[in-house]
Design a protein around this ligand. Structure first.
Ligand SMILES: *[C@@H]1O[C@H](CO)[C@@H](O)[C@H](O)[C@H]1NC(C)=O
Ligand SMILES: *[C@@H]1O[C@H](CO)[C@@H](O)[C@H](O)[C@H]1NC(C)=O
Ligand SMILES: *[C@@H]1O[C@H](CO)[C@@H](O)[C@H](O)[C@H]1NC(C)=O
Length: 532
């Protein structure tokens, strides 16, 4: 090839040049060339590396609880981008997977859980198998869901606020901008853009709606970890209660009280399904079961101290007569936040890793801080320190969603009402704050719908017997693309549930009510009505 032809070809291949011509010339450059995918410059960040390569179809093995079944991943174009921020000295890795064939025209960014901003292939695999272009980021915080130990503190012992900012919000925006640009560069067409995440991923979705309203057209946020500086403190409450009562009950003892409560309140909605549908109606007092309880053939003795512990866990942190957050909903398993362990034959408390690490690294800035020393007085102080120091960065509960609404965004939030980790009342509070800020429930329903799922645990990943939302993402797509605003999600019990049924998961503030005839295990026999 002579030099002139080479020059002409190069000119035609430059995206800038192509954009200057009407569409017929566009086809000169086949858009589907993985090695030519372009990214845009990003203010405040620089690109350290860009890797582009095709990968043939493969099987991604199951990895519960995040990936329950193995997935057949189609052939993809894989893009790895590493960014850095000048004052942070970080390496943020963003991974984008683009199906080579049968792209559905949509881009989805996928959230993380715990201390991880994303889960890479585990969440990318199912998304590209469904035809999406998909992205995941590690936010520069190493993607270890269970601990921030490797990044929380700088060498001088101070909190690494740059990395915390990445984890809190910045990485969500950068993944959106880069993910959408890469997708458009590869397919030659702008995608519609979606967010999908639960827990930390739910929080990230709400961060996008609040702070980066143009990043995603549609957002699905499950069990969002918003109000982090507050609710994470409340996660320590059950440990403080046990410490101050002076006993650490076994899981069998605590769960016996929960099981007894569910048995009493289950039928209040007229249906025996091991699920309390309307928690407000359940006035179960743990002291009513002091004595011997027989649960599933096991005999357990409930002492008045155990009853008092469960009562306080359900009431939530009330310190110096001030309510600092909500209590654990009745029906939620107590084995995570009120976990205990045997140490040399003696039962001791075992704090959940999120409050444990949050307090040690971000509040005390001392990895050796003894969480077991925290009583209710200290917990009250930790609440206020956590809020004072981190609400600005990490509360992520701004109720003003007007910019998101005016950019055409749609938001679907759901939360299990037996969530054992993130108090579901927080999501209800957020929804109510948005209603107050934006003119009432019917105005908010135009672009933000909230679904409460009775009897469902954290992100529906555990084994509580309630019906989990099975079509939340499909409902979000249909809301936009078919104009069907979701009234109810389809709920399906997990395989481990003692009774199998489908159930309507109603849009807030409605609750499912049995029609009084027909198959009670089918969602068709229920209506969504105002709670009585
Ligand atoms: C992207 O990064 C992953 C994980 O490090 C690696 O396995 C993969 O080969 C990289 N892809 C490309 C195209 O270099
Ligand atoms: C409770 O603690 C034990 C360790 O003693 C651990 O194996 C178990 O996973 C914990 N349970 C929950 C639900 O976190
Ligand atoms: C358990 O007991 C042994 C022997 O008395 C002792 O050396 C050890 O420190 C104890 N462990 C804990 C965690 O208390």
């Amino acid at each position: 090839m002579d030099i002139l032809n080479l020059l002409i070809l190069t000119l035609f291949l430059s995206p800038h040049f192509i954009n200057a011509f009407p569409s017929p010339l566009y086809s000169l450059r086949s858009p589907h060339i993985c090695s030519e995918v372009q990214i845009l410059p990003l203010p405040g960040a620089s690109v350290v590396s860009l890797q582009r390569g095709e990968k043939s179809a493969f099987t991604l093995p199951a990895a519960p609880p995040l990936l329950l079944d193995s997935v057949s991943v189609p052939s993809i174009c894989e893009i790895n981008i590493t960014l850095t921020h000048p004052a942070v000295d970080d390496k943020v890795n963003i991974q984008v997977w683009l199906p080579l064939e049968e792209w559905n025209g949509r881009f989805v960014a996928l959230g993380g859980s715990g201390w991880a901003a994303g889960h890479g292939p585990l969440t990318l695999g199912p998304a590209v198998a469904g035809g999406f272009a998909a992205a995941s980021t590690d936010a520069g915080v190493f993607a270890d869901p269970s601990s921030p130990a490797l990044w929380a503190l700088k060498e001088n012992g101070e909190v690494n606020l740059g990395l915390l900012t990445n984890f809190a919000s910045r990485s969500v925006h950068e993944m959106a901008v880069i993910g959408k640009a890469v997708t458009e560069s590869y397919y030659g067409k702008k995608p519609t853009s979606y967010w999908n995440g639960c827990s930390t991923g739910g929080r990230q979705g709400l961060v996008a709606a609040q702070q980066y309203p143009d990043d995603f057209d549609r957002i699905l946020a499950g069990a969002p970890a918003i109000y982090w500086p507050t609710y994470v403190m409340a996660e320590l409450w059950p440990q403080v209660v046990m410490k101050e009562e002076g006993i650490f009950p076994s899981q069998d003892e605590l769960n016996a009280v929960v099981t007894a409560a569910v048995a009493v309140c289950d039928g209040l909605d007229g249906i025996q399904d091991n699920v309390i549908t309307d928690l407000a109606k359940c006035n179960f007092d743990p002291s009513s079961v002091v004595g011997k309880l027989n649960i599933d053939g096991k005999e357990v003795t409930i002492t008045s101290k155990i009853a008092s512990i469960v009562k306080k866990i359900w009431e939530g942190p009330i310190i110096d007569s001030q309510r600092l957050w909500y209590g654990m909903p009745i029906g939620a398993p107590l084995d995570s936040l009120a976990n205990t362990t045997l140490v040399n034959g003696t039962r001791a408390g075992l704090p959940f890793f999120v409050p444990d690490t949050w307090i040690r690294y971000f509040i005390e800035q001392d990895p050796d801080f003894q969480i077991s020393s925290v009583g209710s007085g200290e917990l009250g102080q930790l609440f206020s320190r956590s809020q004072t120091e981190y609400d600005n960065l990490f509360n992520n509960a701004n109720p003003d969603l007007s910019r998101f609404q005016s950019s055409g965004g749609k938001l679907l939030v759901w939360h299990g009402e037996a969530d054992q980790l993130i108090y579901p009342q927080g999501s209800t509070q957020y929804r109510q704050c948005v209603e107050k800020a934006m003119g009432g429930g019917s105005k908010v329903d135009i672009f933000f719908r909230y679904f409460q799922a009775p009897g469902v645990d954290h992100c529906g990943l555990g084994s509580t017997p309630g019906a989990r939302p099975s079509n939340a993402f499909e409902a979000l797509i249909a809301w936009v693309e078919e104009g069907i605003a979701p009234e109810a999600l389809k709920g399906q019990t997990p395989p481990s549930a003692p009774a199998q049924f489908t159930r309507k998961i109603c849009r807030y503030p409605l609750v499912p009510k049995y029609r009084g005839f027909g198959d009670a295990s089918s969602l068709e026999s229920f209506d969504c009505v105002q709670a009585s």
